[in-house]
Design a protein around this ligand. Structure first.
Ligand SMILES: [Zn+2]
Length: 418
């Protein structure tokens, strides 16, 4: 029994557990509401707003697809030719080819090349957001956000690369076992610390001020049997006019966050409907499900990297001797980028089902489908959603059911069908 055999067995077991978790924790059995209801909902939305959402998404298409393709092309060119390995070697040279310098500086330079290549497209995207009045940022604050994101990426990347290549050097045959466990642990840890360490880098969070709305939200959570310590308000208006809310964190760091834009724009009953949706996520442990799937996926990726290491043709293509050398980091990144692209529609299919269940929860808890539907319409209008996107984009990129699907679900609920 070789380490290769055990890595393949572990990979197979992890894949099986992913399937079991997805089968058990994701509500696959409830299909979207009837298309007839969706079309009726579409007719009831203001035509000019629907058109504006479509035009906005049409304007975003070129920068978004270009960025996706360019990012992929850059990572494939760096990873599947010797170019990436040469860059890593070159930046490590002043340090005598020390592996730590290669991993840290090489990783940083490879990340920077990808960022710089797609930067003009990010600027283009932001321009579209401004043209349509969705972004409230200045170029100064936009650049600060970009720099913060890159700094967080650099720190996390440095930890991951040092751990990966360090442990791979210590135990050349069994690193995949240690690193699989480590990668899974890191995903769980990140889920815990995200709300306390990373989200505050970008936004300020304050407890919702005392008053009628806060009382009614707390009472609703208590009625629903979901212990919520606090509902927090994020200062999203410094960045966007979009309305949103979300739940993040695990255990003691779990919180429901509402955008300040939502409080300013929506009537109290609609804010309640939004929070009822978030309570649905909390009640079903959706953050935990996402974390579990992410942790299993990360562990599987490490096993796959070990197995790829014996594919000599691939290593020759990248001009490296082993995946455990820092010169292989561009190759590993290219494979990860491809895998991420393949996984995207699957992740989104899971997400849409979980979101639809949270919508249903909001309908049950509020027992007010008319308000839920009104809230769906308001969110779509303010966020310039494509309310009924084309099938291919929906399957590839949509993390939530479409606006007309959500409204149709409210109509079916009102008729007592759900
Ligand atoms: Zn949701």
């Amino acid at each position: 029994m070789t380490p290769r055999f055990w890595a393949a067995v572990t990979l197979a077991v992890l894949a099986l557990v992913v399937l079991v978790v997805a089968a058990v924790r994701v509500p696959w059995s409830s299909p979207p509401a009837p298309r007839a209801d969706q079309l009726a909902a579409l007719r009831d939305l203001p035509a000019d707003a629907v058109e504006r959402g479509r035009a906005f998404h049409a304007a975003l298409r070129l920068p978004a697809y270009s960025s996706l393709l360019l990012g992929l092309a850059v990572s494939l060119i760096l990873g599947l030719t010797p170019l990436g390995a040469r860059i890593v070697e070159a930046v490590g040279k002043p340090f005598g080819g020390n592996w730590i310098a290669q991993a840290l500086l090489g990783g940083f330079v490879i990340m920077l090349i990808g960022e710089v290549a797609t930067l003009p497209l990010a600027v283009w995207r932001e321009r579209v957001l401004r043209d349509y009045g969705l972004s409230t940022q200045t170029w100064g604050s936009w650049t600060v956000d970009l720099a913060k994101g890159m700094a967080i990426g650099a720190v996390l990347g440095a930890i991951v690369l040092l751990a990966f290549f360090g442990i791979a050097r210590l135990t050349p045959d069994w690193w995949w076992a240690w690193l699989s466990a480590g990668a899974a642990g890191l995903v769980v840890l990140l889920s815990f610390v995200l709300p306390v360490l990373i989200e505050p880098v970008f936004n300020k969070f304050t407890p919702m001020p005392a008053g009628e709305l806060r009382d009614s939200l707390t009472a609703m959570a208590a009625r629903d049997g979901v212990p919520v310590k606090d509902v927090l308000v994020a200062d999203a208006s410094r960045r966007t006019t979009a309305l949103n809310a979300y739940v993040s964190g695990l255990g003691p760091t779990r919180r429901i966050v509402v955008y300040d834009t939502l409080l300013d724009e929506a009537p109290a009953a609609e804010v309640e409907a939004v929070v009822a949706h978030e309570l649905g996520h909390a009640k079903r442990g959706d953050v935990l499900t996402g974390t579990a799937l992410g942790a299993l996926g990360a562990a599987a990726a490490i096993c796959a990297a070990f197995l790829l290491g014996s594919w000599t043709g691939l290593l020759r293509l990248a001009g490296v001797d082993s995946v455990t050398s820092p010169t292989a980091l561009a190759l590993l990144l290219a494979v990860a980028t491809l895998a991420g692209l393949v996984a995207m529609p699957l992740q989104n299919a899971v997400s849409r089902r979980i979101e639809a269940r949270a919508d249903e929860h909001a309908l049950v808890v509020t027992d007010d489908p008319a308000t839920v539907e009104q809230m769906d319409g308001r969110l779509a209008l303010k966020n310039l959603s494509d309310v009924d996107p084309n099938r291919l984009e929906y399957l590839m990129f949509a993390s939530h059911p479409s606006t007309v699907e959500r409204m149709a679900a409210a109509r079916a609920f009102a008729r007592g069908e759900r």
